[in-house]
Design a protein around this ligand. Sequence first.
Ligand SMILES: Nc1ncnc2c1ncn2[C@@H]1O[C@H](COP(=O)(O)OP(=O)(O)OP(=O)(O)O)[C@@H](O)[C@H]1O
Ligand SMILES: [Mg+2]
Length: 500
Amino acid sequence: MSLAVTLSRAQEGVAAPQVMVEVHLSGGLPGTNIVGLPEAAVREARDRVRVAIQNTAFEYPNRRVTVNLAPAELPKDGGRFDLAIALGILAAGNQVPRERLDNCEFLGELALSGALRGVSGVLPALMRARARGRKVVVPRANAAEAALISDADVRVADSLAEVCGWLRGTQDLPTPAAAPANDEVAGDGPDLRDVRGQRHARRALEIAAAGGHHLLLVGPPGTGKTMLAERLPGILPPLSESEALETCAVLSVSGQPVEAGRWRRRPFRSPHHTASAVALVGGGSHPRPGEISLAHHGVLFLDELPEFTRHVLDVLREPLESGSIVISRAARQSTFPAQFQLVAAMNPCPCGYAGDPRERCRCTPDQVQRYRGRVSGPLLDRIDLCVDVPRQPLSELGATRGEHDEDSATVRARVLAARHHAMQRAGRSNAEISTRELERDCALGPTERTWFEAALERLGLSARAYHRTLRVARTIADLDGGAASLARVHLAEALQYRRF
Ligand SMILES: Nc1ncnc2c1ncn2[C@@H]1O[C@H](COP(=O)(O)OP(=O)(O)OP(=O)(O)O)[C@@H](O)[C@H]1O
Ligand SMILES: [Mg+2]
């Protein structure tokens, strides 16, 4: 019987559904028919595969070749199935042993010479194949990515000829060199030791890191807001292996290189305020992940927050709520993960100097109001921490490091200890716990409760502010040893981080 089946994987969001390539050779007029691929992709795949097979010193069957890519309803773009199709054709014609194809998956685009070209989305495909206990052959261009999955059975090949040699048992295919076990995070990124002064803002950054809270930095130009935000990933705990793989999977499907030495580092994405909604949340005819998904398990930094258009800020609401984004295109939906920590920066007013002791602000109250109004509402409601980053005396900006200018490693140690308390209590960071869990985990003594309610009343804060403040106070208490009940100092400090 001249039927052969090979396995490959498609790409749909960060999922990698299996694709079965069935090849049948029959009598009749020679020609090749591919079913299950869009028109243009069929033509291209047919030509590439035929020429690649001929250039690999094999024979292209002089018969009727029918190739079926199943299931039919999956999106099947690009040349990622070339290798699987070529091997199916060779196996159907008994040019490579059919039984060797069992339990093996193939990814890779073919050049006309028969060389293998890299494809996107290798990481999610390998994760699925590993779960099924299958071998996978990938192009050498994807070796670095493949090496990240430590216990997968992966082989790397340069060409169709090598893969055929391996299937025939005449040559071996190498496994990808193991990724360096480098999970050092604090080491080589920007370090907090470069920041002079700004004790209040540094403290807020530490609290944000410890609780996973979203953070807003407000201050005049050039006071270190961007500097501080860039240093958040360096004080966050390292990614666990499964988190790192999820984060890299997004990079992988977006076709961006995964740097082996840095893959456990939390991502930091800072889209410009002119970025479109599609660039931010993802989209396109073959949906690609946007900045919020590339920031999965890491930090999304929106500098100059009021400069982003209202529409762009509005599309952030759904992912902030759900931790993922669903992109609908025609009849198809793709889901990308988007669990990010939001850090935003803005000036207090259009000229930047409102509240500055030395520089005079030239904005009218109306202008200030309008400027701040641009970011009010649902987005701001989700930001637990808001902190001023004021101009500081030039004397503090001297070359020597002050005693409070700690380095990232020192701060990170405290963050890790605080996170440990939260994990023990709820299994999650404080930013992720529900209101009910929050009530349960924030015991307030009678005097603390009375004091806290009076303080909220005096400051004119809403019920929402109550929970937000409690959440931050919980993290402050975790940084302070993780006591079960909140003390007045924790609540008082948390109250400082309410929004203007
Ligand atoms: N606290 C600080 N410690 C050390 N350097 C600082 C500090 N604040 C500002 N600088 C210096 O000023 C430069 C600008 O800082 P940064 O870009 O963080 O300011 P910013 O608050 O983001 O300003 P803008 O509102 O204009 O974006 C930094 O590259 C750094 O050299
Ligand atoms: Mg800046």
